[in-house]
Structure formats: C-alpha cells, structure tokens
Design a protein around this ligand. Structure first.
Ligand SMILES: [Zn+2]
Length: 407
C-alpha cells in the first residue's frame, strides 16, 4: 500500500482543487481519495508526504509520434541511421515522456505495436500506449511516402508497420483490417494535407471521397477501434466529420464552416488542436510550411474558442516527433494561451483525454477503483502551468501503482 498525504488534489474531473488530500493506492488501483483518512495505516504502508505539492492524474498526450525524430526526408524515411539505433532512440523518448508524468500516450503513427508489448512486459519503461501504427490516406495523401517532387520512397517500408496507402472502398477496408491485425488500437487517417505536407497538398486540399471515408469509419468501428482523423480545413474537414470520425486532429479551420463545430458538439467528436506543432512550423525553414502555419493561426485560435463555447471537448496533443520531443506539457501552456482556463487545460490532458483515447474507465481521473496512474508536482500548476515542463518539479510518477520516478 502507498499513501500520499497532505497534497493539493486536482482529480481530473474538472472539480476544483482540494487541499490536504490523501490518496491511498493498493496494488495497481486507487483504494481511496479522501480528506478524512481513517486512523492508522498498516505497518508496511509506504507513507509519502506530498505537502506543498499537487497530485494529478497521470497526464495523457492524445497525439504524439514517439518513433519520429525529425521532419527532413532522410529521417522520415529512416535512412540516416541503423534501425536498431532508431529503435533505441525511440525507447529513450518513451522513458523521458514517462518521467515527465505522462503515463499514457496515443501515438498518431510511426510507433509499432512491439513497443507497447515491450513496455507491458517490463523490458523498457514507458507510458501506457494506444497505437495507430500508420496514417491511412489515398495516393498523394500525407501517409503516402513521396518527396516534394513526387518521387516515391525507394526504401522498403518497415515490416512492422503496414502500408497505409488505400484507394477505393475495398482497399480502405482491407488496410483498416491490416492495421488492426498488426496491433492498432486506434485507426489514424487523413482527409486533408497539413502544414508540413508537400507543396501542392496543403491544409485545405482534400483526400478520400465520402464512400471511402464511410467505409473506413464503419470498418474501424466494426472492429472496435476509434478513428482519429488528421483534418485541417476545406472539404476534407467536413468529409471527416460527416463520416463520423471520433476525433479531429488539428482542426485549424473549423471556424470557417459554421455547421462544423455544432456537428462536433452534437456527436461528441473530440478536438485535438496540437498547438505545439504549429508554433514550431511558424518558424520553419521551408517557406510553404511557414506561410501555411502563420495563415492558419488566427483561425485555429477562433476554432478552439468556439469549440469550447459549444461544449466540444478540447484535448491535449503535441504532435511531437517531427519537431523533436519537447516536454509534452508545453501543449497545456499553449491551450491556456488559446483561452482554456487552467483547470480546463488539466482536464484536456487527464479526464477528457482519457475519454478521447477510450481509456476513461481505467485512467484519467483520481477516483476509487481506477488504475493508480498519477503524478506529483512541486507547486501549483493552476497558478503556473509551466512547472509541468520542469523535470525538477516532477517529484513522483506512479503507473499501475508502481513508482516510476521519485525525486
Ligand atoms: Zn501528427
């Protein structure tokens, strides 16, 4: 048994913080969350005094690319270092993310299911994973490995990652099934270009037709998988929502079509704006990337504010990987700057995030019977969200009741 006592508690449900709280962990689960602990603890209980600190649910990043380590083509195509070096580099990232209090991460493509198994078997430390393996898109979409001039990548694809290019209804269904067979927990697709995609396939350029997208969503749902869809703007964004995807990733131009945000609110579609990546892209060396990110900025902020006002759940995702692996909590600061109240930003990376990734029954809030995933930070993140990005401030990380870090 572990007993954390004397801390300020933010439970991830959106409730106001509670001071002098006690969290009791037995085995992998939370046994009690209380301000009135009963009498004595068993003699072998580990009592941890966390006064002056804040206890939060383990943080969740809903959109990361933990096996990606840069945007340039050689890196993207995995030809600048041996596969084993790359694998170990990824393992290091997984460890670092866990030590910053992120106990669950949804990978938005690039990470194969073997990493999840390695973590579950205790071979390497890392967060609880929800993996998508690859982006499914048609020829010319963001999951198609072509150079800016349209040259196809000659390097054989990683055999641990199925090919994500699919054209036509039958092939879309086949590729969804192939992803699930290879271990995908969630289906990732793309119905538009992005800020960093090749010139000619930008944020409002569509990919897939309605029949293909309906088939993709139907097949994924039939196999019990949610669909996370990269969609920035234009007709591809509407297409994704009409097809019934479960989360819109990026969603930069949601504000341009007045029907989209109400549609998301009605269907409980999650919004994962990934502000961190656009901060990075707005200083990109590539002119087309820089221009796209600067042009979308005010729309992105307006989209977030309108989505919140309409009751859409806005959740945290860094889209890290291409831009390296900064602290995942950078997104929380960006979300606050975009108009989320600090408590909402915490919820975006805890309770709401768990719902978005489909793990709300197990994690995301600190409540009796949930899995004991939590982080203790020195100070008050509601007063200064920046402390969640400081390694020295992260004092205790627990996953499944097991201490992962204590300083
Ligand atoms: Zn991404």
């Amino acid at each position: 048994m572990k007993v954390l006592k004397g801390g300020r508690l933010i439970d991830g449900t959106g409730a106001a913080p509670v001071s002098d709280a006690t969290v009791v962990i037995r085995g992998e689960r939370i046994e009690a969350v209380t301000t009135k602990p009963a009498g004595e603890w068993p003699h072998d209980a580990e009592i941890i005094d966390v006064s002056g600190m804040t206890i939060l649910p383990g943080l969740i990043d809903c959109h990361d690319h933990m096996a990606m380590h840069g945007y340039d083509l050689a890196r993207r195509w995995g030809i600048d270092e041996p596969q084993s070096t790359r694998t170990l580099r990824t393992a290091k990232v997984l460890h670092q993310i866990l030590e910053m209090g992120y106990t669950a991460v949804r990978d938005a493509a690039g990470l194969d299911a073997g990493f999840k198994r390695a973590i579950d078997e205790g071979l390497i430390p890392g967060p609880r994973l929800v993996v998508s393996l690859c982006i499914i898109s048609p020829i010319g979409g963001i999951g198609d490995r072509v150079s800016p001039s349209g040259h196809e990548c000659m390097v054989p694809a990683d055999p641990a990652l199925p090919r994500g290019v699919a054209n036509g209804v039958d092939e879309v269904r086949r590729v969804v099934r192939t992803m699930v067979r290879a271990g995908a927990d969630v289906i990732k697709c793309a119905t538009t270009g992005g800020a960093s995609s090749r010139a000619g396939h930008g944020p409002k350029d569509p990919a897939f037709d309605p029949d293909e997208m309906r088939a993709l969503v139907d097949e994924a749902h039939a196999l019990g998988r949610k669909v996370m869809c990269h969609a920035l703007g234009g007709p591809g964004l509407r297409l994704a929502l009409e097809a019934g995807v479960d989360s819109i990733e990026h969603g930069c131009y949601l504000d341009e079509d007045p029907e989209l945000i109400p549609m998301m609110a009605e269907r409980s579609t999650f919004f994962v704006p990934t502000l961190t990546v656009y901060e990075y892209h707005s200083e990109s060396k590539a002119a087309h990337v820089r221009e796209r990110s600067r042009a979308l900025r005010e729309h992105h902020l307006a989209s977030i504010q309108r989505a919140l006002a309409a009751g859409v759940k806005v959740v945290a995702g860094t889209d890290a990987g291409g831009h390296g692996h900064p602290p995942n909590a950078a997104e929380l600061q960006h979300l606050v700057a975009a108009g989320l109240a600090p408590l909402q930003a915490i919820r975006a990376a805890t309770g709401w995030a768990a719902e978005c990734v489909g793990l709300e029954r197990e994690i995301g809030t600190l409540e009796k019977a949930k899995r004991a995933d939590l982080v203790v930070v020195a100070g008050d993140p509601l007063a200064d969200m920046g402390i969640l990005q400081s390694a020295e401030r992260i004092r205790l990380v627990v996953k499944d009741g097991v201490t992962q870090l204590r300083r």
